[in-house]
Design a protein around this ligand. Sequence first.
Ligand code: ZN
Length: 220
Amino acid sequence: MKVVILLGPPGSGKGTVAERLRGDKGGYVHFATGDMLREEVSNSTAVGQEAEGFMKRGELVPDEVIIRIVETRLEAGDPTAAYLFDGFPRTLVQADLLDESLAGRGAKIDYVFFLATPRDVILQRLTGRRVCKACGASFHVTNIPPAVEGVCDACGGELYQRKDDNEETIANRLEVYNRQTESLISRYEEKGLLVSLDSDQGVASLMAEIDAKLQSGVDA
Ligand SMILES: [Zn+2]
C-alpha cells in the first residue's frame, strides 16, 4: 500500500493536483474526507448516521468517527493500491489514528505534499474565482477566463462568485487553516515526510516535481 497526503490552504490548487493524481490519470485512489462523509450519510451507513447526528446539531464530526470512515474504506479497498488523502488528517489526533490504522495494515505514509502558497496568490485566485451555477465548473476572471464573460464554456450556464470568496471571509478561512495545520506540518517535517512545494510555479512544473518525488520511490 502506498499512502500520500495532500495538504494546502484554500486556493493552493489542491483540487487540481488531486485531479491529476487520481484515477486513470495518476493511479491514486482519492480519499477526500468531505466527499466520504457525504457518501456515508447519503448511503445511511451506521457510521454515516452517527456522523449525521453531529452535523445536524451543528457540531464537528469527532476524529474517531472520521477515522472509522477512513478505516471502512481501507478495509474495502485493494491493499496494494496507492491512496491519496485530501483534507485528512486535519488534526494531530487524526494523524495519530491514521498512523495506528496504517501500522495495523503493515503500511505507512510515504509522502506528505504541502502546497505552500503566498497569501497574495491565494487572495488573487479566490477573489477572481467564478463558478457555474449549473454544472459547478470553475473559472477565473484573469487566470482561466471563459470565452464569454459570465457564461460557462462547458454548459452555457451562468457564472457567479461564491459568497465565501470575498477578501474578509478568505482571511478568516486562512487563519483557521493555518492554526489547524501548523502542528501537522511540524509533525510531518520532524518525521522527514514533508515535501514542501511552491504552488505558484504553474501546474506543469508543479506536477513534474510531484511525479519526480513519487517515482524516486520510498526513500524518505
Ligand atoms: Zn457549466
